[in-house]
Design a protein around this ligand. Sequence first.
Ligand SMILES: [Zn+2]
Length: 148
Amino acid sequence: MSMGNIKERVAYLQGLTQGLNVNERSAEGKLLINIIDVLDDMAEEFNNIQMVQEDLETYIESMDDDLTDLEDEVYEDIDNEELVEVQCPSCHETVSFESSLLESDDDLEVSCPHCGDIVYDSTLEIEVSDMGNGQVNSDFRYGIHPGI
Ligand SMILES: [Zn+2]
């Protein structure tokens, strides 16, 4: 039942009391008029609650949209993971790792998957030679040992 319908029906009852000449001079008339007044207040209150709920629904929908945008952005970032390439100082192999590791506040050490030497240490200044772009090789992932 819609709220508008309730208000219409209460308005109809109010009209009816006048049409039937129900008035507060009789006990029953007084009771009926007061009951209809209460119904009118309740219909108004329901109407207010419905408006608040509609506002909340709109707000939640906008938050849901924002969350979807955020998710898209996060997953897109993961898909477009940038690789940083450094040359191993010991064996001169090129070692790649995810650039996002560099953004971490934690101390980070990347060791060479070929010889095991440290090729990147976040506590030292090591020049990054090139920024590659591509998928992370899953085997390679295990070659990266974040510093302990
Ligand atoms: Zn090496």
